[in-house]
Design a protein around this ligand. Structure first.
Ligand code: 5GW
Ligand code: MN
Length: 364
């Protein structure tokens, strides 16, 4: 009798332990669900070769920053929008979206408040850039040296440079707190594919490296040059860039993909803004979701033999329509001087390089 009792007691304890372990695991996976998904979504089909410049072990940064977040959440000194952002400081332009995301213009942010916050809550910011074929010879050096001077000065920066020819990587002496990591990628033969494959490659790179290394990530075209401080005011969960030529246009005039057969389709009366494919950013996780969704759209279009009118930019616009960005950058953050003088544009931080399509696009 006693033996049976002991046995059933043992069984109960075992059941309790199993139940406890299962519940704990479920809770753990739930609170880390984004990263669990990211971890499960592994796909190595695109080959990227890393040029090993440093052999360090990167502590899983998301883990430590998440636990820091939990601590910071309980403190009153989290970064509040009204602490650093002054929407009414610029009455000549729109400084907020209808879903209450700030539109950052020169004069709307208090740099000192941001610097003070991020001096305690240290961040590392990543920046990806592709330079393939003639774009490597023509634009990469100017882009990187200007980024060295103006991008997140005073904060840790990792430049992720993706090239098709490692031997052509220019010599650049970087300032303090910045480093670069150079990767070799295959050169697509069609230029439309070079531009679109960036979505696939960035996603793969976030999974293999970037998610462990940075708190925020920007992805940019190489045919641009930094002109002034591009700083902490641009950081957020999901950041989109207003396209300089369209920021005052009516939405019917936006060059969205208008054919319903494409996954990038946006009907005439829909849309919020026309976003620029040359600059997008956010946390690694948000950028990962963006690149995966855009790439999936591109892939499905290819299967149906359709290509969106502005390639990756059309898919980006569709993505941001469905997943509203949490911050918008004014055209001062990616200005085209060809537009001419404009009273709205007080301080240009990044500008387009002149297009010489006949020279750079002839990749043969
Ligand atoms: C080449 C021919 C036509 C279009 C793009 C390319 C091209 C793009 C290329 O040969 N090499 C290359 O590295 N790219 C990358 O894709 C650059 O980072 C470039 O900034 C980006 C987008 O291409 P862009 O800048 O020509 O596109 P738009 O929309 O700014 O004109
Ligand atoms: Mn460009």
């Amino acid at each position: 009798m006693k033996k049976i009792k002991m046995l059933s007691r043992g069984k109960t304890i075992l059941t309790c332990i199993t139940l406890f372990a299962t519940v704990s695991l479920a809770v753990l996976m739930y609170f880390n669900r984004d990263w669990t998904l990211l971890w499960m979504y592994h796909d190595k089909s695109q080959e990227i070769t890393i040029l090993e410049t440093q052999k360090e072990f990167w502590l899983p940064k998301w883990f430590s920053s998440r636990s820091q977040d939990a601590i910071v959440d309980k403190k009153p000194n989290t970064l509040q929008l009204d602490g650093w952002f002054h929407a009414s400081a610029r009455l000549d332009v729109s400084t907020s979206t209808y879903w209450s995301a700030p539109i950052v213009w020169d004069g709307t942010f208090k740099k000192s408040v941001l610097e003070d916050y991020y001096s305690k809550q240290k961040v590392t910011v990543g920046l990806t850039v592709f330079a393939i074929g003639k774009y490597l010879d023509k634009y990469l050096k100017t882009f990187l040296s200007s980024a060295n001077n103006f991008f997140m000065v005073g904060h840790k920066v990792i430049f992720y440079v993706l090239v098709d020819d490692l031997s052509k990587m220019p010599w650049i002496e970087l300032g303090p707190l910045r480093t670069f990591k150079v990767f070799q990628v295959n050169k697509e033969s069609r230029w439309q594919d070079i531009s679109m494959m960036r979505m696939k490659t960035i996603g793969d790179l976030i999974q293999s490296h970037i998610k462990y290394e940075v708190d925020f990530l920007f992805c940019m075209d190489v045919d641009q040059v930094f002109q002034g401080d591009y700083g902490l005011e641009t950081l957020d969960e999901s950041v989109a860039q207003l396209q300089a030529w369209f920021y005052k246009a009516d939405k019917e005039d936006f060059t969205y993909e208008r054919r319903p057969e494409s996954t990038a389709y946006i009907p005439l009366m829909q849309g919020d803004y026309y976003y620029h494919g040359a600059v997008f950013g956010g946390t690694p996780l948000r950028v990962f979701n963006l690149t995966r969704e855009c790439y999936e759209g591109i892939r499905r279009d290819k299967e149906r033999n359709i290509e969106a009118v502005w390639h990756d930019e059309s898919h980006l616009n569709k993505y941001y329509l469905r997943n509203k960005p949490t911050k918008l950058l004014s055209p001062e953050y990616c200005w085209d001087y060809k537009i001419g003088k404009s009273a709205d544009i007080k301080n240009v931080k990044l500008s387009w390089m002149p297009k010489e399509y006949d020279v750079v696009r002839n990749n043969s």
